[in-house]
Structure formats: structure tokens, C-alpha cells
Design a protein around this ligand. Sequence first.
Ligand code: SF4
Length: 385
Amino acid sequence: MTTPADVRALYVHLPFCRARCGYCDFYSELYRADAVQPLLNALSTELAGYAAQVELALETVFIGGGTPTVLPAEALQPLLHICTRAARGRPSEFTVEANPATIDAGKAAVLVSAGVNRVSMGAQSFDPAELSVLERTHRPEQVRETIAICRSAGVRAVSLDLIFGIPGQSLQSWLFSLDQAIALDPEHISCYGLTYEPGTRLHARAQAGQVTPVDPDLEADMYEAAIDRLAGAGFAQYEISNFARPGQQCRHNLTYWRNEPYLGVGPSAAGYLAGERYKNVADVAEYVRRIAAGADPREETERLPPQKCAGETVMLALRTVEGLSRARFAERFGQDPLTWFAQRNGGSAIAQNVANGLLEVTPEAIRLTRRGMLVANDVMAEFLE
Ligand code: SF4
């Protein structure tokens, strides 16, 4: 059976970490050497199953987690091989997520020789006290050391993740972290506001009054300061949280924001194929068991009706600075978005936000204004009602 899904992006979830950070609600488990081979076998089987059903034309592969580089070099190699086999060669953008101090020269050589050309590293902060609030296990100087290892092995692009709004953080210390990151000369920087996800230790500590979230006005100032500081250093914002040097945008993530199909494999991985969203079971042992038994590893599937698909397409596109392409929307849903949303979602989702200065409409696109970016979630929600 072949479905011409024309899938150009593959996400692989590698759910192991050295330690669990207090704020994180991604699915991952503590690294166990004996769990690796069964997981690699299952990933290989799951991917082979898709390759037999859908037409893969993979241009981007993103291995996330977890911390994929917690694997030893001898396990990283087969993991990367599973991906390049599915891509029938080296994808043009091949990203691996990493944490500082989890890549040595041997692992870097394995990554580069398999075609990995982008490493996305969780730096988060360059202030030791802030790293400790986040329960990160690395020291700031290990970011520089790990980048140096990657660069000397031949990794073409480095992205750094930073977090603002950390309890105890000031505008000054946030700018210090930004400047430290810029000084390391990465191609790409992501800046995320800290969130308090239910079920995390950080959330529990906030509930117990042991940490105090930063004032929302200060957090907004931090975000705006980042946009300006990064622009001044040559990083153009192309998405709410993402900034890149020219030509260095993450093409894999652009696939998500354009609401195009992508394949996700591994425990807890999500995917979007032939109009259906799915999510795999978030449990390594159960995932391995299901794959070995020939059972479906997905625990959620949802076929999106056109109304919901259109709303999600707008929501995702509004994350980007380019915004929603009116032509692409009309091609996909048969109507210009102004017409479509004048008849749905209460009729005011676009007009009211334009009147409030949160959205702007051009002949080509609909996008958030800078003020709209500060309340992006509220604006987006109106397209999903
Ligand atoms: S933030 Fe990253 S390193 Fe920390 S627990 Fe989550 S996935 Fe693991």
C-alpha cells in the first residue's frame, strides 16, 4: 500500500536523560544502557513500517528528546544509521539535540560522519544560580567547550536554547546570558519563556511558595529586549521564540509551523500524516512491547475536520514572522482566510484583532504585530474556537 503523503520531515524521539530537570514536562526517563538496544530495534521496525506505507522524501531529520547525545558513540551510530536509511542518504538538514558536556570528540565524529550538520544545545542560562533553579546539571563554561568540540569535528550549524523568566532572574542577568550566547557565535538561538507545567517539580515548588515566578511585565520586557539584542547582533526573528542568522532557520520546525505532514517515531513522538495527527505511547517499555508484538504504538489519533485543520493552520502560521500565506491557505481550503474566518469563529477573529493592533493583514499574509506577539496565545486561541 502506498499513500503519496510526500513526507519531507522525520522526528525521532530519544527519551533518555542523565537527570530530570525540574521544569521539564517532555517525556523522558533516566538513561539505562540495557534499554537502548531494544529501543533501537523498535525504532527501526516502526520506521520500516512507515517506509512501506508512505512515500518518504525526507529533507529534514530531527532527533530530539530527552538527550539523544546521552547515548554512547556505539549506540549513536546505529541510531543515525536508522535515520539515514529511511532518508535514503543524508538529509539536507540533520539535527540532533544535545546538552552541554554530553558530546566528546568520539561522539562528535560519529555525528558528523553520519551527516549530522546541526546540533541544538540546551544552554538555558549562563548564570550558575539560574541553572540551579532549573535543576540543570551542567556548568556555563561547558556550553563553550561542547560547541568547540562540535565545531572542530565539522558540525556546520549550532543552535542554543535559552530560557527567560527564571525565578530570581533580572533583566540584566537575562541580557548577560544573551550576550554570552551571542559571543559563542551560534547560527541560531531559541528563547523560551519559562512555563510552570503541572506535574513538574518546579510547578510544585511554585505552588508551595518555594520559588516566585517573575513579574509578567518583567518577563515581557525580557522578551522584547531579546528581540532587539538579537536583531542588533544579526539574528533575525523568524518565529515567536526563534532567531537565526541569514539562511539558518530551522527548516524542520518550519514544516510544523506550515502545518505540513511529518513523521514522528519513538515513545511519545507525535506525527501528522495524510490529514491525521497521532501520538505514540509515552513509555519506553510499552512502546518496545507493542512494536515487538506487531501492535500499534500510537495511543492517540485524530483526523482533523476542515474547520479544525484551518484553525490549526492559522494558529501555527501565526507563530512565524512571515505569518499565514493567504495564497497557501486559499489553495488548501478553497477560500481566502479573510472570507473563511468572516463566516466562522464568531466572525471577528481577524477583524477584531486587526482593530486592536494585534494582527496585520497585507495582500500576501496575515501576521502578528510586535504587540500581538506578546499575547500570541490569546490571539491564536480565537482561531480554534
Ligand atoms: S529539559 Fe532536556 S535534559 Fe532536562 S529533563 Fe527535559 S529533556 Fe531532559
